[in-house]
Design a protein around this ligand. Structure first.
Ligand SMILES: Nc1nc2c(ncn2[C@@H]2O[C@H](COP(=O)(O)OP(=O)(O)OP(=O)(O)O)[C@@H](O)[C@H]2O)c(=O)[nH]1
Ligand SMILES: [Mg+2]
Length: 193
């Protein structure tokens, strides 16, 4: 699937605002600042599509982007923002839970990991949560422009071992260098029918 016309539809704060229709949804999750919004901008080839920021915790809402009426890409709030208060953390949990549970249109989740770091306990928790709910997940490594080829390969090896994930299911990307779009577009076809 190619991304041709992308359009921001809405930001939702709570379950009653979520979009419920026939169009498949693909959600983007990962810790704050990992590059979720930047990935959406990369895929849609529009730097202004999703708001990015070097300040973690920028995306607080569930943001829907319609891609050619074929799917929604859904930008979710980042988890594990160190400065978030206990309350914000549990607000995150409840919005996410509302989003993930019984969402028949949700076909796939991109779990983003910064290629420079090992997955955190929260990343592992996220993957386990998705597995428990039988929601398909793909791992996307962000910011690969920040590593040399050999460092990247070493990290992919480690991440694959640590998460017991096939290396072929881990997709290296860079919003900065525009790497990974074709790989993601090809994979999407398998999940959105
Ligand atoms: N070098 C480099 N920087 C990146 C890349 N992707 C994102 N960044 C930077 O990382 C920072 C965070 O990016 P965002 O896309 O806003 O991250 P996010 O995951 O949406 O963050 P929250 O909405 O706060 O959870 C920004 O300063 C981006 O410019 C990349 O591929 N390469
Ligand atoms: Mg964001």
């Amino acid at each position: 699937m190619r991304f041709i016309n992308a359009k921001f539809i809405k930001s939702a704060e709570k379950k009653s605002d979520f979009i419920v229709d026939e169009i498949p949804q693909v959600a983007v999750v990962g810790r704050s600042n990992v590059g979720k919004s930047s990935l959406i901008n990369l895929l849609t080839n529009n730097k202004k599509m999703a708001k990015t920021s070097s300040t973690p915790g920028r995306t607080r809402l569930v943001n829907y982007f319609n891609i050619d009426n074929k799917c929604y890409i859904v930008d979710l709030p980042g988890y594990g923002y160190a400065k978030a208060s206990k309350n914000m953390t549990s607000a995150w949990d409840s919005v996410m839970n509302d989003y993930f549970v019984d969402n028949a249109q949700l076909k796939l989740v991109f779990v983003l990991l910064d290629c420079r770091h090992s997955p955190t306990a929260l990343d592992i928790h996220m993957l386990e949560y998705l597995a428990e709910h039988e929601i398909p997940a793909l791992i996307i490594l962000t910011k690969i422009d920040k590593l040399s080829k050999s460092e990247l390969n070493k990290n992919i090896e480690n991440i694959s071992k640590m998460l017991r994930y096939n290396k072929n299911m881990i997709i290296p990307t860079s919003a900065e260098k525009k790497i990974g779009v074709t790989a993601i577009e090809q994979l999407l076809d398998e999940y959105i029918k």
